[in-house]
Design a protein around this ligand. Sequence first.
Ligand SMILES: Cc1cc2nc3c(=O)[nH]c(=O)nc-3n(C[C@H](O)[C@H](O)[C@H](O)COP(=O)(O)OP(=O)(O)OC[C@H]3O[C@@H](n4cnc5c(N)ncnc54)[C@H](O)[C@@H]3O)c2cc1C
Ligand SMILES: *[C@@H]1O[C@H](CO)[C@@H](O)[C@H](O)[C@H]1NC(C)=O
Ligand SMILES: *[C@@H]1O[C@H](CO)[C@@H](O)[C@H](O)[C@H]1NC(C)=O
Ligand SMILES: *[C@@H]1O[C@H](CO)[C@@H](O)[C@H](O)[C@H]1NC(C)=O
Ligand SMILES: *[C@@H]1O[C@H](CO)[C@@H](O)[C@H](O)[C@H]1NC(C)=O
Ligand SMILES: *[C@@H]1O[C@H](CO)[C@@H](O)[C@H](O)[C@H]1NC(C)=O
Ligand SMILES: *[C@@H]1O[C@H](CO)[C@@H](O)[C@H](O)[C@H]1NC(C)=O
Ligand SMILES: *[C@@H]1O[C@H](CO)[C@@H](O)[C@H](O)[C@H]1NC(C)=O
Length: 635
Amino acid sequence: MAPHLSSLLLTAWFLSTPSLSRTLFKYERTQLTREYVESLPKEDSKLFAFQDQVIAPNTTDKRCRYGPSDGKWPSEKAWQKLVKQLSSDDALIQTVPQASVCYGDAKNDVKCQNLTKDWSNSYTHIDDPTEILSPIYQGLTCQPPSIYNSGSCTLGGYPSYVIKVQTVLDIQLGINFARNNEIRLVIKNTGHDFVGKSAGAGSMSIWTHGLKDIQFFDNYVDESGYNGPAFKAGAGVQAFELYKAANDHGVMVVAGEGETVGIMGGYIQGGGHSPLSSLYGMAADHVLGFEVVTPIGEFLTANSTSNQDLFWALRGGGGGTFGIVTSVTIKAFKDVPVTTATWTVDSKNLGKDRFWAATKAFFDRTIDYPSNGTYSYFTIVPNGADYQFKMQPLFLPNKSAKDVSSILSSYFSQLTRLNVPFSPKITEYRGFYAAWQTAFPLEPQSDVQLAVGSRLFPRSNFASETGRNITFNVLKETVESGKVLIAFNMAPTLERAGNPDNAINPAWRTSILHIITGIRWDVTASSTEILAARSALTNGTMQRWRDITPASGAYLNEADRMEPNWQQSFWGNKYDRLLQIKRDIDAKDLLWAVHAVGSERWSVESVDGLPNENGKLCKVDEPAAATNRAMRMLE
Ligand SMILES: Cc1cc2nc3c(=O)[nH]c(=O)nc-3n(C[C@H](O)[C@H](O)[C@H](O)COP(=O)(O)OP(=O)(O)OC[C@H]3O[C@@H](n4cnc5c(N)ncnc54)[C@H](O)[C@@H]3O)c2cc1C
Ligand SMILES: *[C@@H]1O[C@H](CO)[C@@H](O)[C@H](O)[C@H]1NC(C)=O
Ligand SMILES: *[C@@H]1O[C@H](CO)[C@@H](O)[C@H](O)[C@H]1NC(C)=O
Ligand SMILES: *[C@@H]1O[C@H](CO)[C@@H](O)[C@H](O)[C@H]1NC(C)=O
Ligand SMILES: *[C@@H]1O[C@H](CO)[C@@H](O)[C@H](O)[C@H]1NC(C)=O
Ligand SMILES: *[C@@H]1O[C@H](CO)[C@@H](O)[C@H](O)[C@H]1NC(C)=O
Ligand SMILES: *[C@@H]1O[C@H](CO)[C@@H](O)[C@H](O)[C@H]1NC(C)=O
Ligand SMILES: *[C@@H]1O[C@H](CO)[C@@H](O)[C@H](O)[C@H]1NC(C)=O
């Protein structure tokens, strides 16, 4: 008996221990090779060659990426050759905007009404190959008419073609095909990006949404020294899927609050704040490795011992920049009980002075709460002549209801002194999953008349009474001018994160508040009026926020598309190294997204002059070329 038992144990030990970092998902084992490309007829091999193959076309000096109306756009025959190489016959999708059922030849009133009814639901857009959640950046060329009447339906900033990715091969073919034909390439996962990075007129899009594999390791061994639970998850895995898997295995992971966010795409590559951020820092702090297809077309691993620069850059350097990630391996943590608290304070019953005094009392404690591991998500909303503060929720991992009463007691006493009634709803949960599921609302698609901006507020702003007063008064004025604040109080310090070295914005480490605000315009506003509104946000409100936080920055994943000095704002002193890594890995700027690392050499020339994706991607003029062009126009 004994030998049998020990051999079983040995087998089990073998299955759950070393070399697990080398595990690839099934879809990652279907790959394109240089040999295969060389075996193709010459005409075909030129379409699919890796950047470094001799047969690859030399493409360097075109001013703009080719679009469907250019003679150099790939022929129908070339697209058919692509279809033939992809891992399935239906992998190449030609874009049909959903709202095309509301216009022209395809008009169908029943379908259009049905679509309009579900339009604001984010799921309507996430499961579509080309829709994005911030539709203004598509250019609003095909919305349901009752939401925005564009008169007709055109592709605008939607890509022309989409590869619905099923294997690594599909990504490699797409990357090589786009580069060799000099067409624009974009990546869409869920389309959550705040500034339209997952869209692009006349582009081919790589759609990673279907990569849903999840694998759990209860004892993952990474050569860097980590030894513990971990997940490897496909690039398409969303928060609700990852959290469910974690719960099934009795662990929790550092991921987003929003249920539909694509955790392994833009979220984690841009840093990723989480309900667990005051305990464990940012999501990207816990990555053990990425599988990634580079702009050259190569599939490789980036981890602490292989391709270390790329590994560093992918953890905070931003999505859509260094490569197309196919899966990410992250640490998991032992589950803990969670308590949440929600409450509302409304000026209607209190008058404005008491309302603001009560709100200030909360801000005065924003240094203290994260020291107890908390993450709070709250809004301050002007509502007619009144204001409402809504905590939804204060999220307290590893705390009981009793702990929460003690943590909130000083705030409570102050509200009592101010004669402000306070009866928060406090709920205890056995673990993270149930608390998260109940606590955070599903966010809808963004409006068609809204632009947002954000700022990270440092702890130092709240360290003295003078600092607290100045900071609070600026935020109060923002609300009094009719704007909403969406605020997150957390402290993802380096220490809480375990002192990792990665590309996350250093401004996060000293911040305690991440606050988003926005500006609205009339749905019928002209381009000039929209630009004026945007200027009032970026150079007005946001400038006042920057003036009181001069050494800080903003979160690239939830920022203003017009962010000035964005390199410093999104990455601080890490930008130079990121730019070097970008130049090394993507010398041809194949991957371009607005305000991504290394994006300076190109811009979208939008057809309506507004900041959006509805136009060609072209090189930014050298000063001399710009002068020449201006001269020609004068002649
Ligand atoms: C409702 C909502 C809730 C949110 N909640 C949170 C939150 O709790 N915490 C937080 O930190 N942020 C949050 N965000 C912001 C979120 O992090 C960003 O929108 C992020 O870019 C989403 O990534 P995605 O892959 O889902 O979106 P997409 O728009 O599909 O992609 C975003 C960017 O990443 C690129 N990208 C996507 N997949 C890949 C890939 N596999 N490889 C390389 N590049 C890729 C895209 O090209 C694009 O540039 C939220 C946003 C919304 C709209
Ligand atoms: C590619 O073309 C550019 C200019 O068109 C030229 O300078 C460069 O040497 C060429 N590179 C190769 C590898 O042929
Ligand atoms: C209405 O929309 C739902 C999804 O939102 C879809 O399942 C259904 O088929 C649609 N019905 C019609 C008639 O288009
Ligand atoms: C990094 O990935 C390589 C290739 O898969 C693997 O051999 C190596 O063990 C990994 N490094 C760590 C630290 O796990
Ligand atoms: C949770 O709280 C317990 C008791 O206070 C503490 O020992 C433990 O370290 C905490 N866990 C985490 C993850 O902070
Ligand atoms: C909250 O944090 C403070 C300061 O670190 C500490 O003194 C207090 O014990 C904590 N309270 C709870 C309930 O954890
Ligand atoms: C801060 O503001 C409060 C309330 O408005 C005021 O009573 C206090 O004197 C101010 N303190 C400083 C240092 O400005
Ligand atoms: C803000 O002002 C600068 C400098 O005048 C200008 O270049 C920029 O376009 C303005 N931003 C917006 C959003 O209007």
